[in-house]
Write a protein that binds this ligand. Structure first.
Ligand code: NAI
Length: 315
């Protein structure tokens, strides 16, 4: 499906660089589209044919839009839409802008998603080592009747079929991705802060609490064991006192109302409330994001990290 086609990778950051190099090493013709910035220089240093975004989109038969989700709509409308011709294909690594209708490509082009479940640097290193990585694939529009084949060909060429390409949809990718960020990661972050603040208020040494919490690396080892031995089976690696404490106290920590709150967070993702809130935040210059990030970087944990100047280099 990709023979003789020009694949235009728009963006040369986390995903753009990894996917462009993987496609090139799979022997396909790749060009990169970037504004004149440090990313573009890197693409040139890597020996790729590099153009402005509009020029690359004009030249390409298959476009992979690999720039941050929040700038995609403007870049698409200003520099890509006019270069799309009938029968071409537009690919995404996330479902966000199609799902929330911030980008609505013409009906005569294919649209598809190949969303690696992997950070960009590992998309590259796992391609080089031959391990590959899992990814979610979906067709949005099938104008040519060949969109599914193009999607799988791109997934395969970047190393995304070796560990399994899961049939998904733009909507499912967005819901799972945002819910992981807004429920799982948000919850873990809040619990960790509470853990630290409660123990320090009770007189425990901040350095020891931070070490218990994440600096020792035990948390990473438990996460590894969850993956390797099983989410629940790894409980056997902990003492029985620990197992009893974990299993009996979970509902006290996240009991009453937790299911309802989970549903509310999910509902705001599904009905577009979160996307609209985030769009408003961006037009206002991201004041809430700046304030909350500023507060997080003032948290006492930052000072403890500086004091302990821990290193993971030997691990
Ligand atoms: P990134 O932040 O690394 O993208 C940087 C690139 O975007 C640079 O080439 C820069 O020149 C370009 N860029 C930034 N602002 C621009 C603008 N206003 N106009 C034109 N170009 C601009 O992006 P990343 O993290 O690679 O994300 C790309 C896509 O991949 C997104 O859809 C994201 O959701 C998805 N994704 C990202 C993953 C990751 O590892 N970060 C994992 C899976 C999917």
């Amino acid at each position: 499906m990709l023979e003789g086609k020009t694949i235009g990778v728009i963006g040369y950051g986390n995903q753009g660089r990894a996917q462009a190099l993987n496609l090139r090493d799979s022997n396909f013709r790749v060009i990169v589209g970037c504004p004149p910035d440090a990313y573009r220089e890197r693409a040139m240093e890597d020996g790729l044919d590099t153009f402005g975004v509009h020029e690359a989109a004009e030249k390409a038969d298959i476009i992979l839009l690999l720039i941050p989700d929040e700038v995609q709509p403007v870049v698409y409308h200003e520099s890509i839409a006019s270069g799309l011709r009938e029968g071409e294909a537009l690919g995404f690594a996330s479902g966000y802008n199609i799902c929330f209708k911030l980008i609505e490509p013409p009906s005569n082009v294919d649209t598809f998603m190949v969303a690696p479940r992997m950070i960009g640097s590992a998309v590259r290193s796992r391609y080089l080592s031959g391990r590959g990585f899992p990814c979610l694939v979906a067709v949005g529009q099938d104008a040519t009747g060949q969109a599914q084949r193009t999607t799988l060909a791109i997934a395969r060429a970047i190393g995304g079929t070796k560990a399994g390409a899961f049939a998904s949809s733009f909507e499912e990718e967005v819901i799972i991705d945002l819910f992981a960020e807004q429920f799982l990661w948000a919850g873990i972050g809040k619990l960790c802060r509470l853990f630290f603040e409660t123990l320090v208020a009770a007189g425990c040494t901040p350095e020891t609490v931070a070490t218990e919490m994440y600096l020792s690396g035990e948390m990473v080892e438990v996460a590894k064991a969850m993956r390797e031995e099983g989410f629940f089976k790894q409980l056997d690696l902990h003492s029985q006192t620990s197992q009893y404490g974990q299993l009996t106290r979970a509902d006290r920590v996240l009991g009453q109302g937790a299911e309802e709150r989970a549903r509310q967070v999910l509902e705001a993702i599904r009905n577009g409330d979160f996307a609209r809130e985030w769009a408003r935040e961006q037009t206002q210059g991201k004041p809430t994001l700046s304030r909350l990030k500023g507060e997080a970087l003032e948290h006492p944990l930052n000072e403890i990290e500086r004091k302990l100047s821990w290193s993971t280099e030997d691990e």
